[in-house]
Design a protein around this ligand. Structure first.
Ligand code: MRU
Length: 350
């Protein structure tokens, strides 16, 4: 650690190809928007904050790809590029928040020369990249106060360095606690259907020297019943203005189990994961993914032909199941509209 998940290198976006992990550590270089779109769609790059950085760097790439002096054509091209990148995955709001930031820069400077607008786009995209590195470390420090020596914790999906530029949100809490020399154990849920927990979280925690044990998703209840779990830490893809939180499918089940077993359930997410324009979790768009992800297990068909499949990639945990949301601005607890609004100094929708 830290592991660089995504980077701007020689006019291209360099990404770890997460589909190949943990078997192979390989990189993809996106030199056109189609390669980036495909990398996002097929989860070579994934995790809300990393998607926010990918879309920002995607707009930087688009600006570099535009050749010519026609301002209107340039503005149209950037608009089309933003819509195209935004069509890749719907749930992680970081992706859209970054696009909105770049669009705002372009709109406010459209009287300037194309070369100047391109420079401003580059500055904003690099700022989004740098901010991710800073906010993850801040959240890690805040969250580490909840980790006690000798404690045992649980996490789902991958909210680690692989889901951000290089540190992580929920796993950043473990890295910060490790930096503070705390001793603790982590259970990583495998996270069906695409196994981000098994393939990515257990890989990066093990590589970092964290004491990690992999379990199947359906073992969480019995682990909570049979031994002391001191806390559950998860990331988020979109948090509504009242604190309802969309994250990887299975997170809601963990929240329910946590309540039943009296285990504190924490969400770790930056401001860029909040969608303060929506009232509650019912307004969060949930990505539906291909049935192939469910009927196959590692390339082997495990279900009958023509079986009906339901495959939502995310679920929503209601605010009342979340003990606290750990952000770069501090800890939000209890999780409700007024505390969120107070933390970010904004007026969350009534
Ligand atoms: O489908 P994925 O792998 O992009 O889902 C990722 C998650 O659900 C993460 O927990 C979330 O994006 C937070 S990452 C810091």
């Amino acid at each position: 650690m830290p592991l660089a998940t995504i980077k701007w290198v020689n006019n291209s976006i360099k990404l770890i190809d997460q589909r190949k992990l943990p078997g192979k550590l390989e990189y993809i270089y996106c030199r056109d928007l189609e390669t980036l779109w495909d990398a996002i769609k097929t989860l070579s790059v994934r995790g809300a904050p990393a998607l926010g950085v990918a879309s920002a760097l995607g707009m930087l790439l688009a600006s570099k790809l535009f050749k010519g002096n026609d301002k209107n054509k340039f503005l149209k091209f950037m608009e089309k590029s933003s819509a195209y990148i935004g069509s890749s995955r719907p749930t992680a709001v970081n992706l859209f928040n970054s696009l909105a930031r770049i669009e705002h820069i372009i709109k406010n400077n459209q009287e300037k020369a194309i070369s100047e607008i391109k420079k401003l786009v580059q500055n904003e995209a690099i700022a989004i990249y740098e901010e991710d590195r800073i906010v993850c470390r801040k959240m890690g420090k805040f969250g580490a106060s909840f980790i006690k020596n000798g404690g045992t914790y649980m996490t789902i999906c991958n909210a680690g360095s692989l889901a951000t530029v290089d540190y992580g949100t929920a796993l950043g809490v473990f890295y910060a606690a490790q930096e503070q020399k705390k001793q603790f154990k982590v259970y990583s849920l495998e996270t069906r259907p695409l196994l981000q927990g098994a393939r990515l979280t257990s890989w990066e925690l093990k590589k970092s020297g964290v004491d990690v044990t992999l379990i199947c998703d359906n073992m969480a209840a019995s682990v909570m019943r049979n031994q002391r779990i001191d806390g559950i830490f998860a990331g988020a893809d979109r948090i509504a203005s009242n604190g309802d939180t969309a994250n990887k499918i299975g997170t809601y089940s963990l929240g329910v189990l946590a309540r039943f077993h009296e285990v504190p359930f924490y969400i770790v997410a930056p401001y860029s994961t909040f969608d303060l324009n929506i009232k509650d979790g019912t307004e969060i768009p949930i990505e539906q993914r291909s049935k192939e992800e469910v009927v196959n297990f590692h390339g082997v068909r495990t279900a009958p032909d023509n079986i009906k499949v339901f495959n939502p990639a995310f679920d929503v945990t209601p605010n009342y199941l979340i003990k606290a949301i750990i952000t770069e601005e501090g800890i939000i607890s209890p999780v409700n509209r007024s505390n969120i609004s107070h933390t970010f100094g904004t007026n969350a929708k009534k």
